[in-house]
Design a protein around this ligand. Sequence first.
Ligand code: NI
Length: 683
Amino acid sequence: MSAPESASPSSDRFLSRRRFLETSAVIAGALGLADAATGEAAQQKPAGGTTPNTPVHPLDPLTPDEIVRAVEIVRKARNVDDSWRFVTVTLAEPGKKTVKTFKPGGLVPRQAFVIAIDRSHGRPYEGLVDLVKGVVDRFDPLPAGLQPSITLDEFSECEEAIKRSPDFLAALKKRGATDVQLVMVDPWSAGMYGTERPEDRGKRLSRALAWVRSEAGDNGYARPLDGVVAVVDLNTMQVVRVEDYGVIPLPPEAGNWHRSYQKEFCEPPRPLQIVQPDGPSFAVDGYEVAWQKWKFRIGFTPREGLVLHNITYTDAGRERPIIYRAAICEMVVPYGDPDERHYRKNAFDIGEYGIGMFANSLELGCDCLGTIRYFDARMNDSRGQPVTIKNAVCLHEDDVGLLWKHTDWRTNQSETRRSRRLAVSFVATVGNYEYGFFWYLYQDGNIQCEVKLTGIMHTTTVAPGEKPAFGTLVAPQLNAPFHEHIFAARLDMAVDGEENSIYEVNTVSLPSGPDNPYGNAFRAEHSLLAKESQAQRSVNGASARYWRIVNPNKTNRIGEPVAYRLIPGENAPPFVRPDAAVMRRAGFIAHQLWVTPYDRHERYAAGDYPNQHPTGDGLPIYTAADRSLVNTDLVVWYVFGHNHVPRLEDWPVMPVASLGFFLKPDGFFERNPALDLPPPDKV
Ligand code: NI
């Protein structure tokens, strides 16, 4: 903290306030909200460029025109009228052969994958539309019981329906809340627990929860209308019933985070400028990105959000593949409270909602500094109209300190290289919570995935004086329940080619005896995971466990197969019991590593339609045939969980918690691939 310029406490506060305003102006400038009076320069400089409107590559996301065309073709061919809803209209990614044989400038094959609901009959469909030929290739009803993800329109329509429901208004009144305009509704997925009422079967449902603000800008999550669950049929938008589990008085305190409620600010740090006078070091061509020795393509789906395709590293003039496709393909947030009101809370924010749909427009604020290149996300609304989220994906470079260093104290030779990484990210707001998904590429061949968790915790109310058994009291009468955030990364690996095998590596100490006479011996033991059943594994800190994806057909100069290492970061096992109902739909969380031979239809860890799935799908089903994993095209599924035992410090808005994993070259290169990075004084 710098010394105050005046001894007067009031002018000290004024100074802080002035600096805060200056900093705010910098941020506002970055948001395009520059105050004409201050004219502050923005630290976040857009690198220019637009998101392409013409597909030039088979993996380019659908353009708005293609979305319109796909919907028109379906409407015409299948007599689809306005009562239908389009859940998603996305690129049907072509097979690998098509992608690999594609020549720039050639005919771009384009197929759209469409999920739609005939609301008048309550029947969902999925289909494929050939955009080149203008025909529907297939369009079939989903098997009975399956429900597509919940759409954004359903979110708002559900809230409106509940606010009109006399039963809900009565429940509101019982709790002393009178202004329905201050009510916020989160349409939680209904799940499938084997406790469903017979009359609910086959319906597309939400079990919506509500909160009430004390005024328009107030944080509603500080006041849960606990004990009220509105069950809504999302096809008819009828409130099926309002379940009332008894009145608990609303928590007494506000929990505001917005600046307009903040009475005083602390001394702000002085400006930190990231200046890139010659522009960024990356080059963007359409959706293709080249940076240092890396190349990849950006993709985006309404379900997964950001997707990275064809990640390669150019080594001695040779472009070497590492990953064919990488995305966070599923997640689940199991809550640990067994109360009748709360046991169904297990949000699958990717499979049940589509986390890409909730991407922030980073026009509204981005946490990155430097020169930024944004990409828009193109999706559809439920009427089949295109929707653009401006600046959904952020691409920029970070300085991350030391890359490598050595000083020879005898000769006084010293070399230091700073590490630069390329960050590509998006942030999604799902109701109360924010998820930031970041992928980083490093100059030494490392790839990192980091998920950042922030926003506002889910809350429930407890009676005055009550201590919650399954949560933390974060304010008077306000409980933040114990929960986990469990993510599944789907990594379609291609380590120096498609044919790969996977090994588990455990570091073990040898028993004392003739082979270990001094007790110091330890070594890394490699075990081939030859079949799917052998490749269902957990992390193990005690053996510093990691996994190696090797290409048995390519060797390095030592004669060993080239490899990449998958290194777990923070992780936690699921704490729900194996026989808990949620485990049927979230079977993927039973293991932290799964490996499958590539099948283009196996895309999601909890299957294609986890919403209300009666029996469960995904990895436990994919791996049932126990296929071989030796020297074949492998998909590695890494499951990683953050155990959230809430703290007082997580309220009212949570400082970022982050977790993820690394992929590091392991005998992939002949030596440190960043040895040739020029010294800083030579640049
Ligand atoms: Ni949490």
